[in-house]
Structure formats: C-alpha cells, structure tokens
Design a protein. Structure first.
Lengths: 350, 387
C-alpha cells in the first residue's frame, strides 16, 4: 500500500515527529539524566560519591525521585488561591518546553518524498522572529514564580515572588541588549540564520565576548540558580515561592527548573557557540544531520555542566546587590557592547 | 500564642499605626522551625519590604531546665548534663564545670591531665569552628565548604571516639582530672591530623576569603562596635572581631595555657567578614596549641591523670566561679555549695545566650537576607542558649 500525503499533511507530520523527538530528548533523556548529573557533579565537587544505589551508577535516581514525589500527599493549604496555585507550576514548566520550538538542534536531514529528495531543516518552527519568541517566553516563565508566591498566601512565598519579579526586570534588559549584538552581526532574527552565519564566519563568542559574558550571567539569573536563586533562597525564605507546594506540584517546579536549564544552555549554544556547527565541518546528508545533533547536544551538555559547577561553588547574592549588578553594571555594559557591534558592522559596510 | 499566656506579654506587639498610605509593616515569623536559625531560635521581624525595622529574638524552645536539674544530681553526675548544653563543644563545657568544682574543692590537677584537657579543648574548638564555617557558608548559599569542613571534623570526632567512646556528648573530663589515660598511638594520630590541617584551612580560605560574593554578603554586615560589645557582655570571636583582645585563655589563665605559645587574632571592622577572619585565624592558632600539646605529651608519655579527689565530693559551703574560653566565648560556671553532695545552685554563663542579646541591635536596618548572615556570625547553639 502506498501512502500518499498531501504537502501540508506531510509538513504537519514532520513537525509532529520533530516535536516528539525534541521532547523525548529533553523530557525522557536529558531531564532525568540532568537531575542525576546534578547530584553526581555536586558529589564530585564536594568530595563524596553522590547517589549510586538506584540502578547502574545511580542512573535511575531521577526516576526514583519523581516516583517518590508523585506518591506524596498533595497538600493544598486552606487559604491559597486555588486557581493560581494550580496554574503556577504549569506556567513555570511550559515556557521552558516550548522554547525548544525555535532552536535549531541540527543542520538538516534529506528525506525522499514523492520521488523528490528534500532537505528537512532540524528545527521545529523556523520563525522569523525567533529570538523575540524566546524573550517572550522567558519573561512568561517568571509569572509562574510570581503567581506561586502570591497564591500561596504565605509571607515567605510572597517575598520569593517579589524577588523573582525584581530579578527578572533587572536582567531582562541587559540580556536583550547583549543578544541584539548577535542579530546585528547575523543580520537576522531567525535562529537558523544566526547559526549559519556563525558556521560561515566564526562563533559569536570570539568577537562578542563581552556580550556573551553579560548574556551568560543574565541566563544564570533567569534560571534562578545559585548565585541568583534568590526567589528560592532556602536559608532565608525556607523554600521561597514553592514553600507551600508538595507532591507533583512541587515536582513540576523541580522539573521546570531543569527544563529551563536545558533550554537556557541550548540558547547560549545557539547564539554564541555556533549551535550545531563546527568550524570547517560541513554537515550534509543523513549522517551529517545526525552528527550535527550530537554536536549540539555535546555543546549544550558542556554548558549545563558549567551551570552545575557554578551552583556548587559560589555563595548567593543578596537581592539588592543583584539588582545593583543588573542595572549598574550589566545594563551599561550591554549598551556599550551593542553600540560597539553596531558601529563595527556599519563601518565594515555590511 | 494567646495574649493571656503568662510570660509572653512582651511578645505581643502593640497595635501599630497605619502609615501614610495605609500600609502596615509586615510581621514575619522567622523560626523556630527555619533552616537557618541553627536550631529553634525564633525571631519576630517587622519588615518594610525586605528591610528589617525591628527584630525580637524569642528563646526558650529548647529549655530543659538543666540548671534546676543540676541541683538534684551529685557533683560527678552533673558532668554528662553539661555535654548537652553546647552540644557541638562538649569538651569545653565539661572543662568549665570541672574547673569550678576543682576551684571550690581546692584540687590540683596533674600536669599531664592539664595538657590532655587543653588538647581536647583545642580539638573541640577546631571542630566547633569547622561546624560554624560549614553552616555559616551554607546559610549564604555556599553549599560546598560544608563537605570540606566535615571531612576534617570527622577525623576529630574519630579521635574523640577513640579516646572516650563518644563523638558528640563526650563526657571526657572528671573532677580533678580525666576518666582514662590516652590509648597508645593516639597522640601520634592527633599530631598527624594537625600537621595536615594547615593545608585544609588554606583550602577553605581559597573558596571564601577573596570570593567577591562572600565579601559582598559579609563586609559591613552586622557591625557591633567594641563599646557596644562590652556593653552587651559579648565575648568570644564576636568581641575579638571588634578589636578587643579579650581571651579567657590569656586574660584569666587556667590549666597549662601560660606555658603555651599562641596569638589572639583580632579584627578591625567588627563586621561579619572580620568575624569570619578571626575564626579562621583561631583555627590556625588552635592548631599551633594542639601541636605543642602533642609534643609535650609525646615527651611525657607517663604520669598521673587525676588529682587527689575525695570519694564523695562534698565541698565546704561557699561560692566559686570558673570560666574557660569556649569556641563561642567565655563559658562560666558559678557554683554555690551548701556543703551537701549536690550543688545548691549552679548558674551557667552561656556565651551563646549572652551574645544573642545583641541581635536586635546588630540587625537593625539590614535586609532579611542579612539576618541569616548575622545569626550565622554569632555561632549560636540553642542548647546552650536555652539550657
């Protein structure tokens, strides 16, 4: 039986396959391993073995964790705002997962269809405002934290939520300005175009090192991890915004944090480290396409390791110090960077 | 807590006036169950945003009536109870109590016992300061130093265990001396540990001393100047960080301390960072003292470990006060004897309790985040605060 598909149906099918692939990679493969890696890396840094009992090398630790959380009693305190309280974990998890839609995770794979060979680009949606989409989503993610803090009707949660909103405002601008340099250089807001430009010229991290530093720090702040985990700040705010959460609702925050981490690493890789590309290597054909996915995964993993390393090494900032850093240091730096890049591009007459 | 409960009247805040915008300061109940209060300290905060307008520490959640209990126990039976006060520094508690009883009895402690006691004290000081460093760092978000300091603390606890069978509640001293002599090879193992400690302290300092975030979180936080420290009766590293070189080991010497060489580290700025520096310097000084003790003990492997103490301890009626430099400050025991075989009254001057009184002054105007830094900087143990 020959299956004939119309063009739109074929494209839709491709998109579904890509979505399934990306989510399978992040949710089923990367996320549990990341939870495991976090603990093993912290063990490595802290001179102890880390979890090594559940499965080989403790690899099933994340499964055990999530199962444990699912079996816990789901406590909803009496005076919470039930609607927002339920929505908040979803709002945190969802943007992280949909960020992957615009990130090119590989070059392309040739597929024969209706007798013709066509190259299928390895990106779910090649949106021409890709970076704006990502900024929109990262701003959205903070609502999960703010609403969790507000709806819990708990003073510690409230302080956590307030801190999160102050933090996101302080860093969003610097992040946007530093990333703008990348798009001026590439001449496009499309992420695949950014990767292709880096593939053709050189990785953005070299000419735009300043922008990279600002962007990386802002990404740390966005993902709410030490040294910027102020909205959680265990020692100060008990558990910050998720103090009142238990069971699977907490698990969603927990997974959201890691999904955010993966998404953030993927974005940094795409913008500054050439995405799936390697200098001087052309990824063509089926194997080239698969190899480019592997390159992308390795680069992302390296960034994730950096996140883990920093988390287990540094103390936490105070919230006014963080805002000072955001407004007084990083914002002017990113301005300066943007103007420098723009001037250079204008002078070179591109 | 109802308003009618006796003794809590002071805790019920007066009704407050609304401010211009009709806003109230938020009251934040910090503790007694909180990850950063090092036990069961409760602090009732009035916060304006995150700025602390006032803080009222509320103690008593770990009160066990120990001082009353002392009055029902014979003199030797009191010693294990002292373990449970500052439970991370049991040796200095035992020591201070034994000194007070020895003073009222007029017992001379043999030289060898003195050196072993001082060695145990300094080991205890190192283990207590390591625990402080671990928890103070974790309060500020630096999780990893905890595991490094506990690695070394573990060795000390193992040595304690080898000597007296306990790791935490040591019960390692007796009136007039010590319960047992050292096990063979113990001095060498202790010496070997302290030889390696210097490099380990450098390792902690690498992580924190010049770390920009660590400095931002501690420099200028919780300043309590020398005159205020003296006014509050604050002792220990908190006082020394304010530049006052008051150390009971030098000021009111006891045991063999006059024969030992060591410096008293002092700070300048009286802030949380200086207290950190003072404590780290004290780790190095304790190492120095411990090595001198090990040398002496290696040269004098034999000797009495207990002075001449009567079988039944019944001091003549009278009073005595003895104090030691505990890791937290001056730990004193004030003993009143009626001539019976039990103390008539035994009051403990617990440094954690006295130091903690200055918390409202130290924290005023700081942010909620600084509260954990300030509670951490006192190095309080609630078992000692509440007794």
């Amino acid at each position: 039986m020959t299956l004939t598909l119309s063009e739109p149906l074929f494209n839709a099918l491709l998109a579904v396959v890509k979505i399934l692939f990306v989510w399978a990679m992040t949710l089923a493969a990367l996320l549990p391993n990341l939870i495991w890696a976090e603990r093993r890396v912290s063990g490595l840094i802290q001179d102890r073995p880390g979890p090594n009992r559940v499965g080989p090398l403790g690899l099933f630790q994340a499964v055990a964790d999530v199962l444990k959380l699912m079996m816990k009693e789901d406590v909803v305190p009496l005076y919470v705002d039930k609607v927002l309280f339920t929505l908040a974990p979803l709002i945190t998890l969802t943007p992280a997962l949909v960020t992957f839609a615009v990130i090119p995770f590989g070059s392309s794979i040739p597929i024969t269809w209706n007798g013709a060979v066509r190259d299928v680009p390895l990106v779910i949606a090649d949106v021409n405002v890709g970076i704006l989409y990502i900024f929109a989503l990262t701003s959205l993610a903070v609502y999960g934290i703010v609403l969790a803090g507000w709806s819990s009707n708990d003073k510690y949660s409230l302080l956590g939520g307030v801190r999160a909103s102050a933090q996101i405002i302080s860093y969003e601008l610097a992040m946007g300005f530093s990333a703008a340099g990348v798009f001026i250089a590439a001449g496009s807001l499309r992420l695949p175009a950014v990767v292709e430009w880096q593939h053709a010229h050189l990785w953005n991290v070299v000419p735009q090192f300043l922008g990279f530093v600002v962007f990386a720090v802002a990404i740390f702040a966005e993902t709410n991890r030490i040294p910027f985990d102020l909205s959680e700040a265990e020692a100060e705010l008990v558990a910050g915004y998720h103090t009142e959460y238990s069971s699977f609702r907490f698990a969603m925050f927990f997974m959201g944090e890691y999904a955010n981490l993966i998404a953030a690493s993927a974005v940094v890789t795409t913008l500054y480290f050439g995405g799936w590309s390697l200098p001087g290597v052309a990824f063509t054909g089926l194997w080239g396409g698969l190899a480019s996915i592997a390159v992308f995964a390795v680069k992302t993993a390296a960034f994730i390791f950096l996140f883990l390393w920093v988390r287990w090494t540094l103390p936490r900032f105070r919230y006014d110090q963080l805002m000072e850093l955001g407004w007084k240091v990083f914002l002017p730096l990113s301005f300066f960077h943007l103007i420098a890049v723009a001037a250079f591009v204008a002078a070179s007459g591109r | 807590m109802s308003e009618g409960t006796p003794g809590t009247a002071a805790l019920v805040p007066p009704p407050e006036e609304p401010t211009l915008l009709g806003l109230h300061e938020m009251e934040l109940n910090f503790g007694p169950q909180h990850p950063a209060t090092h036990g069961v300290l409760r602090v009732v905060l009035k916060v304006d945003g995150e700025r602390i307008v006032s803080a009222r520490p509320d103690v008593g959640y770990l009160h066990r009536g120990t001082e009353k209990l002392f009055e029902t126990e014979t003199y030797p039976m009191v010693i294990p109870h002292t373990d449970r006060m500052d439970y991370v520094a049991a040796a200095t508690n035992n020591h201070a109590y034994c000194l007070a009883v020895e003073k009222i009895l007029g017992v001379e402690v043999p030289k060898r016992a003195q050196y072993i006691r001082v060695l145990l004290d300094e080991m205890q000081r190192v283990s207590s300061h390591l625990l402080w460093l671990a928890t103070a760092a974790i309060d500020l978000g630096a999780i990893t130093p905890f595991f490094y300091t506990f690695r070394e603390r573990e060795v000390i606890l193992d040595l304690f265990e080898e000597y007296c069978g306990a790791r935490l509640t040591l019960n390692c001293m007796r009136i007039g001396g010590l319960p047992v002599d050292l096990t063979p090879g113990w001095v060498e193992r202790t010496q070997a540990f302290f030889e390696t400690l210097e490099a380990k302290i450098d390792e902690y300092e690498d992580l924190l001393t010049e770390n920009r975030i660590w400095k931002e979180r501690t420099v200028g936080i919780g300043v309590l100047a020398a005159d205020r420290c003296v006014a509050w009766g604050v002792t220990g590293p908190v006082l020394r960080a304010a530049g006052v070189a008051w150390d009971v080991r030098r000021a009111l010497p006891y045991e063999c301390y006059p024969e030992l060489e060591f410096d008293i580290p002092v700070g300048k700025n009286a802030d949380t960072y200086d207290r950190y520096l003072v404590r780290v310097a004290e780790l190095r000084q304790s190492r120095r003292i411990a090595l001198q003790c090990c040398d002496w003990l290696a040269k004098n492997p034999e000797g009495e470990i207990r002075g001449k103490v009567p079988r039944v301890i019944k001091p003549a009626a009278g009073m005595a006060y003895a104090s030691v430099e505990a890791p937290k400050g001056e730990l004193g025991f004030f003993l009143v004897s009626s001539g019976a075989n039990k103390p008539y009254r035994l009051h403990v001057r617990a440094p954690s309790f006295v130091n903690l009184q200055s918390l409202p002054e130290m924290i005023r105007g700081h942010l909620v985040s600084d509260l954990v830094a300030v509670i951490g900087t006192y190095d309080i143990v609630l078992g000692e605060v509440d007794r």
